[in-house]
Design a protein around this ligand. Structure first.
Ligand SMILES: C[S@@+](CC[C@H](N)C(=O)[O-])C[C@H]1O[C@@H](n2cnc3c(N)ncnc32)[C@H](O)[C@@H]1O
Length: 429
């Protein structure tokens, strides 16, 4: 028996794509789970995980990537807060609570952030129901406990911390009423039993930073499961890195996250949101995907008068751009695309232009074979930083793949001219 067979079995159970998760990461998880059971024989371990649900769960717990934080990516929560009352009026009949599903919930920061957003938007307890699911019982136990370190807040959101948490030593305990407002349950989104496990229809489903780990057929299956759980006019919120597959499945953005010219201030953004809601109403039964995780245009917006709370939420982490770039490079070499995308989002929040973030978002998409997304991101990088020779080389490769040899040649010549200029500048020093 080879370890690859166990990794293959795990992949089938979870839909995980070893290329996205990292083959070595999966192998390491297998060995770690074996050691925790004092087993050193692969055959014996394989038999065990096939016959014993608890042993399989232990392996799943060892392989999952539970990376999350409160109000992760910020924008989906802002858009939700700005639109929640309208969505509540539109989607909920008299007395019906707004039903939200967070899958995967990981250690709970996402569903609790949704609950806080509902309260902040003016809904009362009882007017919303949050259900939260994850495949890993270990992360759900942490979620249900509701005790978080500073790291879960990423040094931000202190207003929420003060309003909804009580300090406990070096940790923060979520208020009991808020904790109880989220119903956690264990489930595998891609298993055939999932829909029977969840009998409700949800007005909003958050399904973020999971699809990226799946191969294409599993992504399609996951989306169709989510779709079957969504209210006809419901809203699907996905992570930035998850978006590439959606247009091919007939989804349309609720907001145009990648537009350059569209949104240049918070006020205009509101106007776009209103328009989008009109579209949402006009389109009736069409499901909309809220592709709002990384609104690249906001960071470049001129500063606008904002509340002290907003200022606090947009506080920047202290790491320098060079540090983040180094981290992204390391993540790319490990093929940890989800984490690399999060780091790009961190870059977006830094002052100055977003060319570096677009460059790396392009590379992430390119490495995953998502050429239209890669092309869009590299074009933005070059628009903001015309001397980005590497982005031009990637654009040349993409054009070539698309069969547009003339464009490929133009991009390559531009890249060559930049390289020649850089070399001659270096020689004259
Ligand atoms: C990166 S976290 C995302 C958490 C949160 N949605 C966010 O964006 O911050 C990924 C989570 O997916 C869970 N997961 C992996 N495969 C799953 C599956 N087939 N069904 C449900 N959850 C799954 C993992 O246990 C892990 O906690």
């Amino acid at each position: 028996m080879k370890i690859e067979s166990i990794v293959g079995y795990l992949q089938k159970q979870m839909g995980m794509n070893p290329d996205a998760v990292g083959f070595y990461t999966m192998k390491k998880a297998v060995y770690t789970a074996m050691l925790s059971r004092d087993l050193d024989d692969l055959d014996e371990y394989y038999q065990l995980i096939q016959s014993n649900g608890e042993a399989l769960q232990g392996l799943i717990d060892a392989v999952v990537i539970p990376e999350t934080s409160f109000f992760r990516d910020k924008k989906p929560f802002k858009v939700l807060k700005d639109n929640l009352r309208q969505l509540y009026r539109m989607l909920c009949s008299d007395g019906e609570p707004l039903k939200v599903l967070s899958v995967p919930s990981s250690t709970g920061e996402e569903p609790y952030s949704i609950a806080m957003t509902c309260l902040e938007a003016g809904l009362n307890y009882g007017e919303f129901e949050i259900h939260a699911c994850d495949i890993s019982q270990r992360v759900l136990d942490i979620a249900q406990r509701g005790l978080y370190s500073e790291y879960s807040f990423r040094g931000s959101h202190t207003t929420y911390q003060q309003r909804y948490f009580t300090p406990k030593g070096h940790f923060f305990q979520i208020n009991d009423q808020l904790r109880k407002s989220v119903n956690f349950f264990q489930g595998n989104l891609i298993s055939d039993q999932f829909t029977s496990q969840v009998e409700k229809k949800f007005h909003i489903v958050f399904c973020r930073n999971l699809l990226i780990y799946f191969d294409k057929p599993t992504k399609c299956k996951a989306i169709s499961v989510v779709e079957s759980l969504l209210h006809d006019e419901g809203l699907l919120v996905v992570g930035h890195a998850d978006t590439a597959i959606l247009p091919s499945l007939g989804y349309k953005p609720f907001l145009d996250q990648f537009s350059f010219t569209y949104v240049k201030s918070h006020n205009q953004q509101k106007a776009v949101v209103t328009t989008a809601n009109n579209v949402l109403m006009e389109k009736g039964k069409q499901v909309m995907a809220a592709l709002v995780a990384a609104r690249t245009d906001i960071a470049a917006s001129p500063p606008s008068p904002v509340s002290s709370e907003h200022n606090e939420e947009t506080m920047l982490p202290n790491s320098s751009i060079a540090d983040v770039v180094q981290e992204i490079e390391a993540l790319l070499s490990k093929k940890d695309f989800a984490q690399a995308t999060s780091s790009c989002q961190m870059l977006m929040e830094k002052p100055g232009d977003n060319s570096t973030a677009h460059h790396y978002l392009g590379r992430i998409a390119f490495l995953q074979g998502e050429m239209p997304v890669a092309e869009k991101q590299f074009k933005k990088a070059v628009y903001l930083q015309p001397n980005d020779e590497k982005a031009l080389c990637f654009l040349a490769k993409i054009s070539k793949k698309q069969g547009d040899d003339a464009a490929a040649l133009r991009y390559q010549q531009r890249a060559n001219r930049i390289k020649a200029r850089t070399l001659s500048a270096q020689e004259s020093l």
